[in-house]
Design a protein around this ligand. Sequence first.
Ligand code: ADP
Ligand code: MN
Ligand code: MN
Ligand code: MN
Length: 335
Amino acid sequence: MSYRAEYIWIDGSEPVGRLRSKTKVIPDGVEPPIWGFDGSSTNQAPGANSDCVLRPVSSYPDPIRGGDDLLIMCEVLLPDMTPHPSNTRAACQEIAEKFGDQEPWFGIEQEYTFLKDSHPLGWPQGGFPGPQGPYYCGVGADEIWGRDIVEAHTKACMDAGLAISGTNAEVMMGQWEFQIGPAGPLEVSDQIWVARWLLYRIAEDFDVAATLDPKPVQGDWNGAGAHTNFSTQAMRDGWDPIIAACEALGTKAEEHIKNYGPGVEKRLTGLHETAPWTEFKYGVSDRGASVRIPWQVEVDKKGYIEDRRPNANCDPYVVTRMITDTCCSALSKMA
Ligand code: ADP
Ligand code: MN
Ligand code: MN
Ligand code: MN
């Protein structure tokens, strides 16, 4: 007998990589091997020299096919087995290993918008729904669209063994969120990509698309972000490291913003619970800050911080690498 392994990877699309996958049928008892694909069809290689390599990095029970079938998250390598230029995981792995002794954890809140016929699910054709207000965490057929897809996606993430920690309906009608974490930089990033793949794949069966567009509707409508919650063991133990991490992020604000997903300036306007992308500030319970210290963390004088700047369309390998590098470098100089 055999089982199916769905090999999932990130392509070379600009400005953001897209998910690709294909199925390998593997004899029982055989581990998923290194595999390859035609990089000339994914913006990853020229036609005359098109081979790219898929190396499995993590695997999950396939919640859609069931049985012994697997989802395999892969990284893309060149034929000489060095990381492909589109491979952002390799650099993340280096930093995760460098600062592993500080035990960095991340929880990422992935926001997204369902689309039907290219406009947000539930929106009237050629028009707008009532203004924002009732939709966030709402209930009822006049406010909520796509809950059946969200329920199926949540269950699939749980069955795949992902560290999904919750879901909620968002401020704009048709917009939702799921959270993955807490987990290490590589684990949370692999799992965000797998959870995104599951979202697209499951919505497909409902004839609905999902987009990570950070500002799907211009004007007075919330954008979509990927708030990134972060702690190290020292931050989970005390207050000074919490402040040191916030201060460290402030010293590299511009560099971070540039790598937090294309279109970040359209979303971080200073309205709709954001700080303007040109400014950096942190504060307790402040949803208009770049970095928020949750109120419970101030009460306990320990815990984690929330970087509210990353876009929904960010690459979590890049975001977690930068936060780990910036904060852990600063924290290693304390103590
Ligand atoms: P918000 O109140 O901003 O909507 P959420 O509840 O949506 O927050 O998401 C918070 C995320 O932070 C969750 O994924 C959770 O697992 C994660 N988290 C909790 N504690 C920590 C911690 N110590 N370090 C990193 N992430 C954490
Ligand atoms: Mn949230
Ligand atoms: Mn949210
Ligand atoms: Mn948040």
